[in-house]
Design a protein around this ligand. Structure first.
Ligand code: CAP
Ligand code: MG
Length: 430
């Protein structure tokens, strides 16, 4: 009888020269479980995610193996990473759920793997172009908003849940009039007993039209359509029919299947991606998947504007991390230099800074992240001691001053709302 063999062998080849035209180049952070060598685990990861399993297979022909075999072309035990080149043919182009089962699937459950993190993926052009990407992108958003140079000023209605439709509209009216461009639902407000989605759409679009007439500025409301896909689509269509311009999807909760399907509808709506819950798998630097990959998938799937963090706010994220994400979304860079890739035909995505922001943080934020950004203030507008209108005036003033590079304290001298905001939140660094 033949002697037992595993099929988790033959993938490591440090001499292999990867080819981004035909292969995905993937980086994993790897920590083997006790008793297993780094090489054994690298072989198992490459095998399990492609043509292998725990045993030799009589069903796997040499020709299939040659065609589909991945190559582990770098193994760095000290820095705990491996790089694998996977043939494009291991994926179904344009199918993001398949990509996750392929590169983020069973390998995460193997006993011999103690810690595993999908750090970065460089995509072949053919794969990138098989996805639709953003409908509007940055240029399209700026055109709709009629804002050329400054950062866009956004606000989340707060409290995030609890207000009725009429209360929401009243807060939105004050906030838009105060100078905010983009007002949005919060991530966990959908269609509730106290605030029905369809009534909210009717009322908020009417309010938006009124404010646009009064101010002469373009405004948008971002309606959260997060729900099972059929319901989300029905809600998106309703927003479109009623003259709305933006819908929000909680991308982690809804998943890529839904985002891709929604984008495919070509409704012409701006798709706002909220990433609530991403830290379940992105926060631990040795386990899960990086936020950069989430951002890449969002861009492939067709998100136009995406939450990426603030550095100075209440949420996790260093300047380097957030900057890398934003550079990727706005331009064509990847996390690691040799993974720089051309994002081909896909439009760039507008990053959104949100979480614990107040007017006093605007200058630092723009200094770190630039002006090609939506800056979202929730508590930092609706917590202003003189109310949402004053909060909105202060936020708009702060973003304008910061976009011009003018010192906020000087700008605030004859702007009482900004002055109050700077004083009130002076202690809050978040
Ligand atoms: C901000 C926010 C946003 C988070 C998202 C909130 O409110 O509405 O959802 O900032 O985080 O619910 O916390 P505040 P991220 O302005 O009142 O903090 O952009 O990091 O995904
Ligand atoms: Mg929120």
């Amino acid at each position: 009888m033949k002697k037992f063999k595993t099929s988790y062998v033959g993938f490591i080849n440090p001499k292999y020269v990867p080819n981004l035209d035909k292969e995905f180049l993937v980086i994993y952070h790897v920590e083997p479980a006790a008793g297993h060598s780094f090489e054994t685990v690298a072989e198992a990861i490459a095998g399990e995610s492609s043509i292998g399993t725990w045993t030799h297979l009589e069903t796997l022909s040499e020709s299939t193996k040659e065609k589909l075999k991945p190559h582990v072309y770098e193994v760095d035990k000290k820095r705990k990473f491996i790089k694998i080149a996977y043939p494009l043919a291991l994926s179904e182009i344009g199918n993001l759920p398949q990509l996750l089962s392929f590169l983020g699937g069973n390998i995460f459950s193997m006993k011999i793997v103690e810690r595993l993190r999908l750090e970065d993926i460089a995509f072949p052009k053919k794969y990138i172009n098989s996805c639709l990407g953003p409908y509007h992108g940055i240029a399209g958003i700026r055109k709709i908003m009629n804002i050329k140079n400054r950062a866009l000023v956004g606000s989340i209605i707060k409290p995030k849940v609890g207000l009725s439709v009429d209360e929401t509209a009243a807060v939105a009216y004050e906030t838009w009039r105060g100078g905010v461009d983009v007002i949005k639902d919060d991530e966990n407000l959908t269609s509730m007993l106290f605030n029905n989605f369809y009534e909210r759409v009717d009322k908020l679009i009417a309010t938006r039209k009124k404010v646009e007439k009064e101010t002469g500025e373009k405004k948008v409301f971002v309606f959260n359509i997060t729900a099972p896909y059929d319901i989300a689509l029905e809600r998106a269509r309703y927003v479109k029919r009623k003259g709305g311009r933006v819908v929000m999807v909680d991308i982690v909760a809804m998943g890529w299947s839904a985002v891709q399907a929604l984008r495919k509808q070509n409704l012409g709506l701006i798709l706002h991606g909220h990433r609530a819950g991403h830290s379940m798998f992105t926060k631990d630097s040795t386990q899960g998947m990086s936020m950069l990959i989430l951002a890449k998938l969002a861009r492939l799937a067709g998100i136009d504007q995406l939450h990426t963090g603030t550095v100075v706010g209440k949420m996790e994220g260093t300047a380097h991390e957030v900057d890398t994400l934003n550079d990727f979304l706005r331009e064509d860079a990847g996390e690691i230099d040799y993974l720089r890739e051309n994002w081909s035909k896909l439009k760039p995505v507008m990053p959104i800074a949100s979480g614990g922001l107040h007017p006093g943080l605007a200058a630092e934020l723009i200094k770190i992240l630039g002006r090609n950004l939506i800056i979202n203030f929730g508590g930092g507008i609706h917590g202003h001691p003189d109310g949402s209108f004053a909060g909105a005036v202060a936020a708009r003033d702060a973003v304008e001053a910061a976009s011009l590079g003018v010192d906020l304290q000087i700008y605030a001298k004859n702007r009482p709302e900004l002055k109050t905001a700077l004083e009130y939140w002076s202690e809050v660094k978040n």
